[in-house]
Design a protein around this ligand. Structure first.
Ligand code: F6R
Length: 600
């Protein structure tokens, strides 16, 4: 949440373009406002901020002032608001007495620090927690006679919460500082030591350098520019100078384009068959044997949590090991009882979701085995787990998880069924046939648009798919949508059913089919409009079903029971996409969201 990129450069030109490009790649972390600050060759501080997407910031820097800045120290920030509404005064960088900072995370003790600074005569222009950082550094320089670097170190000791901070100062224009605690941060330097970068993640650095160094908790980095080149040091939380490993940056900018699709989301949905196949091909069953553990706990958030819910059905039915699934933000705060003979699986696309990361750290503290299933190699969860499996979905840029969900569930299925018994060709072919049904999906979208709200219901493994369908519908279209176990609907929610409410019934050909169809009948009997997602072989039975209310059907390939979530999952993704598109929503960047949720 919030993207940071900064550069200290010996180059004379193109820095503005480079930083804007990196910020655009970071926009998935937050896109409600953006800003840049720079200290130019004559030690003058410039700042520009704008509300809205990066395109607005690009417009704002199309001036002679910005195009004429050479070299210097730059920091850029894309914001996802935590404290303070979306407004230019709340956008980063924040500036005080020649110090400029950009921050990702939350400063938990900001109010007491702010009170202290107000007593010292400082006036605040924003409602953010972050502004105290710039003021505190400036305050330490002024009142304690500290150099900029020392003031930053002091500030880092005082701040509580989570942060990745970059800071520059007019007084020391040849210095760039980075501080990391709890929020991700990485650095890289080019081969000639002419450009040094600090950023939130590898995507920002792609196309800037082929290598990357991930900072660890408590790290403090100082980069210094001289005529001879740029040098840097990293100090760990115990005050010692340390070296951190340099790794290849596996993400290349070319992987993060739309490749001719009108949106990242559509491109990523269309990759779901390829991703299922790639996950199958790369899975190595020797990495983990679930059957050796007495119990399995799966912990995640959002769509990744739904992938875990699905896995519970598979693990219990196929491996017969007790399994529980929990939302990470609940797990980490409820004093869970843990057993060392259990396996704790953490699933995350970004690998940076703070609740999932902190839940995993809690499990590690109790000496239990942690397995991470993560899409971003090098992310915090990937690096800290005992065992890590990377889902090979490739960079997912659309804010809503789509192809990574398919990769997660394929990975989890392969942990439950011997690889040779999974019919990947059948799954791949079926997903492709759903993807090819473009025209039908547009029709289906028209059926849903205009509903007051949408229920998704399903039984067994179709219940997590119902939850996933509802989440995608609400986050992309902003329509009220809820997922329910089909058997639960009559325990309250059925009171909401009328002809303006659409219920999407997830009813593949499996052992739950008859019961789900009965629940559908109950809704039709109350004039609810129904969209039935069923297996192809149910088509002939449909004629026998009473259809008083508005009823629409989408028939999907008939598959072996276990594979149904793949095709029904792709279908609910496409339905949400088509509804959102038809009512003009921004499917790649829905309002109020960010892709990487690094705050609680
Ligand atoms: C929904 C969605 C979110 C994420 C959730 C967890 O489309 O994308 O619900 O699934 O924020 O994120 P990760 O998987 O990165 O931990």
């Amino acid at each position: 949440m919030c993207g940071i990129v900064s550069v200290l450069s010996l180059d004379e030109d193109c820095i503005l373009d480079r930083i804007l490009g990196a910020m655009e790649r970071l926009e998935y972390r937050g896109y409600d406002s953006a800003g840049i600050a720079c200290i130019d060759a004559s030690a003058k501080l410039h700042r520009v901020r704008s509300v809205g997407r990066m395109a607005k910031l690009r417009d704002a820097v199309r001036t002679d002032q910005w195009s004429s800045i050479n070299g210097g120290a730059w920091i850029g920030h894309t914001r996802w608001a935590t404290h303070g509404q979306v407004a230019e005064r709340n956008a980063h960088p924040h500036v005080c007495d020649g110090v400029a900072i950009a921050h990702n995370g939350i400063i938990e003790n900001y109010q007491s620090l702010k009170n202290e600074l107000i007593s010292a005569g400082y006036e605040f222009e924003s409602d953010t927690d972050s502004e105290v950082i710039a003021k505190l550094i400036a305050y330490y320089v002024k009142t304690r006679g500290l150099q900029f670097e020392e003031a930053c170190r002091e500030c880092m000791h005082v701040l509580q919460g989570t942060f990745a901070i970059v800071a520059i100062s007019q007084n020391v224009p040849n210095t760039l500082i980075g501080m990391k605690l709890g929020s991700p941060m990485a650095i890289c330097i080019d081969g000639q030591c002419r450009n040094f970068y600090i950023a939130s993640d590898a995507i920002a650095m792609s196309s800037l350098s082929n290598s990357i160094t991930y900072l660890l908790e408590g790290d403090f980095v100082v980069a210094t520019r001289t005529q001879g080149g740029i040098t840097y040091t990293i100090t760990s939380s115990d005050g010692l100078e340390v070296e951190r490993g340099v790794e290849p940056n596996k993400i290349q900018a070319s992987c993060v384009g739309k490749n001719g699709y009108e949106s990242f989301m559509l491109k990523e949905i269309c990759e779901e068959a390829i991703v299922a196949r790639r996950t199958y091909d790369t899975f190595d069953p020797r990495i983990i044997d679930i059957s050796k553990f007495s119990k399995v706990s799966l912990i995640a958030c959002g769509t990744s949590y739904y992938a875990c819910l699905l896995a519970k059905y598979w693990i219990e039915a196929l491996i017969k090991i007790p399994t529980d699934v929990e939302v990470a933000s609940e797990f980490r705060y409820r004093n869970p009882v843990m057993v060392t003979s259990a396996l704790y699986i953490f699933v995350s696309q970004s690998g940076e979701t703070i609740d999932t990361l902190c839940a995993m750290r809690l499990v590690k503290e109790r000496s239990c085995t942690t397995l991470a299933i993560v899409n971003v190699d090098g992310s915090s969860i990937a690096r800290e787990a005992d065992i890590t499996i990377i889902t090979p979905a490739g960079p997912e840029i659309g804010v809503a998880s789509t192809k990574s969900f398919v990769s997660q569930i394929m990975m989890l299925l392969l942990m439950c069924v011997p690889k040779e018994r999974v019919d990947i060709v059948q799954i791949e072919t079926a997903i492709n046939s759903v993807l090819a049904d473009k025209h039908n999906m547009e029709e289906i979208a028209r059926f849903i648009v205009g509903s007051r709200s949408v229920f998704y219901i399903g039984r067994g493994p179709s219940y997590p798919i119902a939850l996933e369908g509802a989440l995608k519908m609400k986050e992309l279209s902003y329509m009220n949508a809820e997922g329910y176990p089909a058997g639960e609907i009559k325990h309250g929610p059925i009171a909401l059913i009328d002809d303006e409410v659409c219920t999407v019934v997830i009813a593949p050909h499996d052992e739950y089919l008859d019961k789900t169809i009965s629940n559908m009948q109950e809704i039709i009997a109350r004039n609810g409009s129904v969209l039935l997602l069923a297996s192809q072989d149910f088509r002939e039975h449909m004629r026998e079903i009473s259809s008083h209310g508005a009823t629409e059907c989408l028939f999907l390939p008939t598959l072996h029971n276990v594979y149904n979530p793949f095709v029904f999952g792709v279908a609910v993704h496409l339905i949400a996409y088509n509804v959102a598109k038809s009512i003009g929503r921004d499917v790649d960047k829905p309002r109020n969201l960010a892709k990487s949720v690094t705050v609680e």
